[in-house]
Write a protein that binds this ligand. Structure first.
Ligand code: DX5
Ligand code: ZN
Length: 225
């Protein structure tokens, strides 16, 4: 690894009875971003929460909000999520017939623009849009729920995407989301991931701050004295 990767805890897996405590914990950890999952019950078979909650999250967060929109017609809600405090807005390839326009729309709000791919969507479909994407989120589970089993086919996808980014010489970050934890983080970073999103592996652990710190340490060269 030549550059440092980022860790984005997915708050979906946290205890919503005390969100302030969850945000305090992530604020004082080595995590880089808060990953915020928005589900509409249409694009995915689950409903999470909307901009009203994101707005409260923004008030508690001392780190950027990485908002993952698992919703149909995301273009209708971009400005509202931006107003609520999203620093990154990621839309799904499968939900955007006019992806180029939607990414421009996100960038015009001043947010970073991301594209997410479902497990069955091949990365080569991004060839003509890569330059417009600040980040690509490779889903390593079917979106909709936390705590699912990691789909291994995502690793060759990350490798291919890394190659495409190198060939096109863009600054696009590769984010991986779903079933990520200490057991596969190293392999994902080696394949070319830049941002690790992790929900259950962090928040279901006894010491979430320590898991975050271990996820950050992976790939660090060991100092030889
Ligand atoms: C899944 C969400 C993920 C999820 C990750 O639809 O996009 O961000 O919260 O949770 P884990 O890490 O538990 O798979
Ligand atoms: Zn997500």
């Amino acid at each position: 690894m030549t550059h440092k990767h980022l860790v984005a805890p997915s708050v979906l897996a946290a205890d919503f009875r005390n969100l302030q405590a969850v945000f305090d914990l992530v604020n004082r950890s080595e995590a880089d971003w808060f990953h915020v999952d928005i589900m509409d019950g249409r694009f995915v078979p689950n409903i999470s929460f909307g901009m009203f909650i994101v707005d409260f999250m923004k008030k508690m967060a001392q780190k950027p909000l990485d908002v993952h929109l698992m919703i149909v017609e995301p273009e209708k809600y971009i400005s509202e999520f931006r107003k609520a405090g999203a620093d990154v807005i990621t839309v799904h390839y499968e939900a955007c017939p006019h992806l180029h326009r939607t990414l421009q729309q996100i960038k015009e709000t001043g947010a970073r623009a991301g594209v997410a791919l479902n497990p069955h969507t091949p990365v080569h479909l991004l060839e003509d849009i890569l330059e417009q994407a600040d980040q690509v989120l490779v889903m390593s589970v079917n979106p909709g729920f936390g705590g699912q089993k990691f789909i291994y086919q995502s690793i060759p996808k990350i490798r291919k995407l890394r190659e495409m980014i190198t060939v096109q010489n863009t600054n696009t970050l590769i984010e991986v989301d779903g079933g990520v934890g200490l057991q596969n983080a190293e392999q994902l970073l080696q394949a070319g991931a830049d941002v690790l999103v992790a929900g259950s592996s962090i928040f279901k652990a006894e010491d979430p701050v320590q898991v975050i710190s271990k996820l950050k340490e992976i790939g660090k060269p060991v100092l030889m004295v």
